[in-house]
Design a protein around this ligand. Sequence first.
Ligand code: KG4
Ligand code: ZN
Length: 359
Amino acid sequence: MKILSFESSCDETAVAVLSAEGDCITVLSSTIATQIDIHRLYGGVVPEIASRAHIDAISRLTYGALSESGCTLSEIDLVAVTANPGLIGALLVAVNFAKSLAISNGIPLVPVDHIKGHIAAAYLNTETPPKPPFLALALSGGHTSIYRVDTYTDYKVIGQTRDDAIGESFDKIGRMIGIPYPAGKGFDALSREGFIEATGKNEGFYSAYKKAKLYREGDFALPSPALNDGTLDFSFSGLKTAAINLLHRYEQKALPLNRALFAARYTYEVCEAVAKKISLAIDEHPELQALVVAGGVAANSHLREVLTAVAKKKGIPLFIPALSLCGDNAAMIGAQGYYEYRNGKTANATLNASAMDSI
Ligand code: KG4
Ligand code: ZN
């Protein structure tokens, strides 16, 4: 079956064409128009501007995705679209576009939850996708959640952040140390410099960091965002406040700030917290036979390293999408849409978007 899929929940307009058979889902084309340069001027996403930019891009991307895939609209068997969660005005652009296109061409339409979509990125372009039941970790600008995935469509939250999300935390603190929006990628690179400086190693620096003199005697002690209450929950607000206070102290005393060492320490606390909660989740759920990690922050090189080590230690297979499929894209929406459709879900002209989570 051929699937045409759409994504416009935040600041990326994306359209993809997939070919799916059995559990084998191949990306035929995946086009993305990012609005980052526009929103960077404001230090974050401006919803009204995002909606307008989606409208500008969506027709052009649809033509592009179809022609790159070598398919015509008449060959499409299913239209999938992100219906939630996200910015409501932004979501409505792709929802209405997909709805008009599907209904006017007599093609079935299926709504998709964006976070389930992120996890579904792990099913793409592989002959050996993860098989439920598995453990899933969604790390994005708005989510830090651990799920028990019983079937490809049936999710249960078993851990989550009680306040800020992991990507949001990188973006907010990154902005304070002069990294342009969205700060995650720049934070990753700056932390790498800090780990190298602290350990004197160009490789294996993450695992050597805790023993480094600059870690033990450094001035950047920060609290863990892993809640110490036996749950699988996180709280990033304490870490954020401590980091902001620390940066203010440096500013007030006019102390020179080593941004790289600070970024490395911040990243280390975040990565260790995620590793701790995922280790606990694996121990508590031995019936879940694989770990899937996805979302924009799953592109973080340090997190990928620490989670690879955790999975190896626990003897559980780890699935992390390719870097190009971690951030927002429409291919992941098509993959989830395929399983939703196979499970009997479709939508009609009354389909609406929602800003809220559906899991
Ligand atoms: O999943 P995503 O593309 O959009 C949402 O659904 O939110 O995630 C975007 C988030 C942003 O906060 C961005 O800074 C973060 O992913 N991000 C990263 C990295 N690349 C993107 N965070 C840490 N390290 C990265 N390499
Ligand atoms: Zn996303």
